[in-house]
Design a protein around this ligand. Sequence first.
Ligand code: TRP
Ligand code: SF4
Length: 336
Amino acid sequence: MGVGTTMKDRVLSGMQPSGMLHVGNWMGALENWVKMQDVFESYFMVADYHSLTTGYHDTRELPAKVLDMVVDWLAAGLDPDRSVIFRQSMVPEHAELHLLLSMITPLGWLERVPSYKEKLRELAQRDIHTYGFLGYPVLQSADIVLYRADKVPVGQDQVPHVELTREIVRRFNGLYGNVLVEPEAVLTESRVLPGVDGRKMSKSYGNTLNLGESQDSVTQKIRVMVTDPARIRRSDPGNPDVCPVFSLHKAFSDTETVQEIDRSCRQASIGCVDCKGLLSSAINLKLRPIRERRVTWESRPDKVEELLREGAKSARAVARQTLDEVKDAMHLATLQ
Ligand code: TRP
Ligand code: SF4
């Protein structure tokens, strides 16, 4: 897909390159992106500049993380023929627009963004008292407005960033004329999945089921999962409401199965071993098409690189045009 000539609404979203994704990432953002690419003109970006704001100390793993994540995107069904998939640092317009927007963004707006203070506290040991980290949402605004995106699918935590983008757009348009498009956040319904230890599924806990997990590995990880701690013997009735295996059933199994397990767990007519067997099958069934698509990409990093180069070309064509209009409106010099 090249420069948009359609009347479809345009979508842009991004993810920081965190390496291999887990099924929670998939059921949150990624599944939604895959659906959106059929309805909207879509741009999906690897936000590698953003990852520098908190991870500038050591960037050696960056290329591998980008590659692993993009392979997961493709395996999940993002399709380079239907959406523009690109890496932020291959489109220099992001950096240039970030500079221009930074000129008109009051410090107070940035210090007010909830994620700013939260992250400073959370990552206290990392020293992110930097100019770049404060500007994180300005960079995100640049990402969004470069493509004149109408819609930005994000989780709840990112909504203030889209709100800030709207404020910056209004300020820009007020100062220099109507050039930029105000985007709208489209909230991704977030379902927090438990990890295999019962805590929230998260890479930092090491309790994930990865999107690229093999069938055997899924089965093995589920087999040793924690269950209702009060259900000690097979004959004890269980309480699915406190069991992480059951929470995963709700995400992966069909409604009838979920109801059936709910009932038979409480009556002790199903044992945890069988219940887990059903869960592994349900997960493996869902992951099957993803595994099949993965085969095409996993062994071909050169193909992935090429696809990112193509994506960057399409992205740049759009981004350059917006940037030139922005510079024109600000009476700066453009290349054309
Ligand atoms: N900040 C987003 C996150 O951490 C990633 C991101 C970067 C993004 N640029 C974006 C999301 C533009 C939406 C639009 O999840
Ligand atoms: Fe959990 Fe299933 Fe065992 Fe009930 S039967 S406690 S839902 S694993």
